[in-house]
Write a protein that binds this ligand. Structure first.
Ligand SMILES: Cc1cc2nc3c(=O)[nH]c(=O)nc-3n(C[C@H](O)[C@H](O)[C@H](O)COP(=O)(O)OP(=O)(O)OC[C@H]3O[C@@H](n4cnc5c(N)ncnc54)[C@H](O)[C@@H]3O)c2cc1C
Length: 304
């Protein structure tokens, strides 16, 4: 488990406390609050705070005075309508604050999502832990020959072992040098290099941590891209864990997201034209509707 007994005790203490409130509480999210959900070998995602629930979305959409709920099925129907028609601002009324521990190379992809608020652990101020992401053997794969941005066949046998040994050795050596460079020594006779400089030799598989706060609309955008099968496995597993949390927090909104975004598909005008022809029983090929071979392949992946 990535947490120390002291960190676990702090979480347990927080979970033991509760406060009366007039604010909306989502029971599904309360069960997760503060708990670290493990991801990869040393990472986690944990909910620090949240605002709103399914009813908060419809309340905002109706700009109502009370809870905004007329009937449960009305709420669900309205949420699905909003999602279907890209009426996104009501979803921005819900917010979530997460504490995430993740490898630096995953953080580099994650930070591209600019519509969130981030505060990262400072490696200028603090000493980084000796924690490196070492993939499980089944996640080592050769470069894909059909997709420049992806993995192909799983690496097996000696090659897999060699890769794992190299990753472990490089991580250990880099951290040993980092520790030597920052060491103050017993009588102050160590190198004591500034932490902001010593960190530069550390590889991208070292773990960092941040608090990440985002509204539900932008979180769905993040999840749409990162829980997708084309996203890199190491960020996808974080997105999938967040999907589980969101499903418990705002079940109607999550179901609508799953139906219309995550599991849905966007069709271009030529694709719609091709589909219409197919439904009429006409034989249609890419050139008939002006689609490239790649577009056609992607279209066929959707409809077949
Ligand atoms: C499979 C995959 C592969 C990728 N490959 C690469 C790659 O090779 N190289 C690379 O650099 N990136 C890559 N990316 C990152 C990608 O280009 C986006 O930067 C990232 O997904 C964040 O998306 P976003 O900008 O829509 O999100 P956010 O930053 O959260 O923005 C959400 C939306 O807000 C609006 N917005 C936010 N800020 C601005 C702004 N300053 N100006 C205008 N509109 C704004 C846009 O409409 C945007 O869609 C990849 C992403 C994925 C999912």
């Amino acid at each position: 488990m990535p947490l120390t007994p002291e960190q676990q005790a702090e979480i347990s203490e927080q979970r033991a406390q509760s406060a009366p409130t007039r604010r909306v509480v989502a029971p599904g999210m309360e069960q997760h609050l503060y708990t670290a959900q493990p991801v990869l070998d040393h990472g986690f995602v944990r909910v620090i705070d949240y605002m709103g629930d399914d009813a908060a979305i419809t309340q905002a959409a109706r700009v109502s005075y009370g809870k905004g709920t007329k009937a449960v099925q009305n709420d669900e129907g309205l949420i699905r309508y909003l999602m279907r028609h890209w009426h996104s601002t009501p979803f921005e009324m819900c917010e979530i604050k997460l504490h995430v521990k993740l490898p630096v190379f995953v953080a580099r992809q994650w930070i591209r999502h600019r519509t969130a608020n981030v505060n990262e652990y400072s490696a200028r101020y603090s000493i980084l832990d000796r924690e490196f992401y070492i993939p499980a053997e089944e996640h080592l794969a050769k470069q894909s020959v059909i997709n420049n941005q992806g993995r192909g066949d799983t690496l097996v046998g000696e090659d897999a072992q060699r890769v794992l040994e190299m990753l472990k050795a490089d991580s250990a050596r880099a951290y040993d040098n980092y520790a030597t460079m920052i060491d103050e020594g017993e009588d102050g006779n160590g190198i004591a290099l500034a932490r902001e400089l010593a960190r530069m030799n550390l590889p991208a598989n070292i773990y960092t941590q941040w608090y990440w706060k985002v509204d539900l609309h932008n979180l769905f955008h993040f999840l749409r891209l990162r829980a997708d099968s084309h996203a890199q496995y190491e960020i996808r597993v974080y997105a999938e864990e967040i999907c589980r949390l969101v499903a418990d927090w705002v079940p109607y909104a999550y179901k609508a997201f799953e139906d219309y975004r995550l599991g849905g598909a966007q069709l271009s005008q030529p694709a719609v034209e091709a589909l219409r022809k197919m439904l009429k029983g006409e034989k249609v090929e890419a050139a008939d509707v002006g689609m490239s071979a790649r577009e056609w392949r992607e279209f066929m992946d959707i409809v077949s």
